[in-house]
Write a protein that binds this ligand. Structure first.
Ligand SMILES: [Zn+2]
Ligand SMILES: [Zn+2]
Length: 199
């Protein structure tokens, strides 16, 4: 697709235009997989393959989280918050009863203490993690994109690459599914990073 037809396709809201490029402005290409990378695709060195809309490689699940399993990952941590919190909080009461009894401190099974601690700690950590991923889902971002801003290619007017422009997420249309290979752009954000738009 040449640039003129890409611009037309972009104006028509086509999902077939790749908008992200490398630092030098070249097309993103994975040498290991020998293929062009669609927008938001990254190569995972652990999994040894490119992952569509890669979020991160999860060492707990020993798998990548990306376009095809992000929903299941989110549901896993969402219900994990309730499960671990329930286990932690429900265990506090029998542990308290044992501790206030005579010689309770000496007789308590260490497994009880472990259940309370593990439940509460995992519940708190997962709650923070789940909140962060809720924010990512609602703003159509990935974990990678929060610390590694995308460089966009210019279609027509050259794009600004300053700090303000790098804060903008061109894919933020709220929560949306997509096909994992191409993404409709937030037109307001796109115009804001265009050089001919005063912000
Ligand atoms: Zn790859
Ligand atoms: Zn991976």
């Amino acid at each position: 697709m040449d640039q003129a037809s890409e611009e037309t396709a972009l104006e028509q809201g086509s999902r077939d235009v790749v908008i992200t490029v490398k630092e030098d402005g070249q097309r993103r290409f994975c040498r290991k997989c020998q293929m062009d990378k669609p927008d938001r695709t990254h190569h995972c060195s652990v999994c040894g393959t490119c992952v569509l809309k890669m979020d991160h490689h999860c060492p707990w699940l020993n798998n990548c989280v990306g376009h095809h399993n992000q929903k299941f990952f989110y549901l896993f941590i969402f219900w994990g918050v309730f499960y671990t919190s329930f286990v932690g909080i429900a265990s506090i009461f029998p542990v308290y009863d044992i501790l206030i009894s005579e010689n309770g401190l000496l007789e308590i099974d260490v497994n009880w203490l472990f259940v309370v601690l593990a439940g509460c700690i995992f519940g708190l950590c997962l709650a923070g993690f789940c909140s962060f991923h809720s924010y990512l889902l609602l703003t159509n971002q990935t974990t990678i994109e929060t610390f590694q801003r995308s460089r966009y290619r210019s279609l027509g007017a050259p794009l600004r690459q300053d700090a303000r422009a790098k804060q903008l997420n061109l894919f933020d249309l709220g929560w949306s599914m997509g096909d994992g290979r191409s993404f409709p752009l937030n037109e307001q954000a796109y115009e804001a990073v265009s050089m001919n738009e005063m912000v």
